[in-house]
Design a protein around this ligand. Structure first.
Ligand SMILES: [Zn+2]
Length: 295
């Protein structure tokens, strides 16, 4: 049962890059957004969702204003959806860019995927010093404002991954439905600490080295770690750290600045446990119970 829960929580997060070119014959558009899809109903549905979410992401602090957006939408087998920002030429210029979305069969995931990808799309130059995994965390932080239910599921899953990486797993107290008794259970996924890159090298990943992590659990742990830092630091302080890095003439915000701002210290296990436990509250535990019911 516990194992199944973890699989269902972490499988939700398998949002990675994929894509088999198919003709995108159908379009739906307004003055800002163009959606190209394999099926007319997908084009219409994604345009409606994008019209709601794209302006809201643009209104979040430190985002670029709305600019023309092209969504290329494909279908993929299975329940899970995925998304990716694409561009031609230099990443920093993003001369010609668009968003690719692969839709799975569960429409509840579309909102999260779009909000997350729109955030990548609207990050301006001020965010360039942000390490890659921290950018992922920032996109999740904006997405959870627009999809709080998925946000709670992801925080639960992130906490389990992080606690399994840092120690024996996450202990939570819950009421057993059959007996009505309180019980403490440990949620854990198998993560081999030796196989993971060091904390500092995770924070030095760039576009290329970041994608070298192929194992789904390890990949999700990177998201979890990026999110943990961003949720602790907050958007304003994170933006200030980027400005400070530029002033110091360094390409990226140094790992030690990020760790200090998040209140964690290498080698101080208590400080890590405290911030990971801080991800979990009532709504996250409710999300866990819902996942248990589904299983
Ligand atoms: Zn992303």
């Amino acid at each position: 049962m516990k194992r199944a829960l973890l699989v269902s929580l972490s499988a939700l997060l398998l949002a990675a890059c994929a894509g088999m070119p198919q003709p995108l014959e159908y379009t739906a558009q307004d003055r800002t957004i163009l959606v190209r899809a394999e099926q007319q109903e997908d084009a219409a549905a994604l345009l409606a969702l994008a019209q709601e979410l794209y302006p809201k992401v643009a209104q979040s602090p430190h985002m670029l204003p709305l600019r023309p957006l092209e969504l290329r939408v494909r279908r993929q087998s299975g329940r899970y959806s995925a998304g990716a920002n694409r561009w031609k030429g230099d990443l920093r210029q993003r001369r010609e860019s668009w968003i690719e979305v692969q839709l799975g069969s569960d429409p509840q995931q579309y909102r999260w995927i779009l909000a997350h990808e729109f955030t990548h799309y609207l990050l301006g130059d001020e965010w360039l010093p942000l390490p890659m995994i921290v950018e992922e965390g920032l996109c999740d932080l904006v997405a959870e404002q627009l999809d709080p239910a998925t946000g709670a599921q992801r925080r639960m899953s992130h906490a389990v991954l992080l606690a399994s990486w840092l120690g024996p797993g996450l202990s939570v107290t819950r009421t057993d439905r059959a007996t009505g008794r309180m019980e403490t259970i440990t949620l854990r996924v198998n993560i081999d600490r030796e196989e993971m890159p060091s904390v500092v090298s995770m924070l030095r990943f760039d576009e290329r080295s970041y994608h070298s992590i192929r194992d789904p659990k390890q990949n999700q742990l990177l998201y979890a770690f990026g999110y943990l830092l961003v949720s602790r630091i907050g958007i304003e302080k994170l933006s200030a750290l980027c400005a400070q890095a530029r002033e110091a003439g360094v390409d990226a915000v140094p790992p030690e600045w990020l760790l200090a701002a998040a209140g964690v210290r290498l080698g101080d296990e208590e400080s890590w446990k405290r911030v990971v436990d801080g991800l979990i509250g009532g709504v996250e535990l409710e999300a866990m119970e819902k996942a248990l019911t589904l299983d």
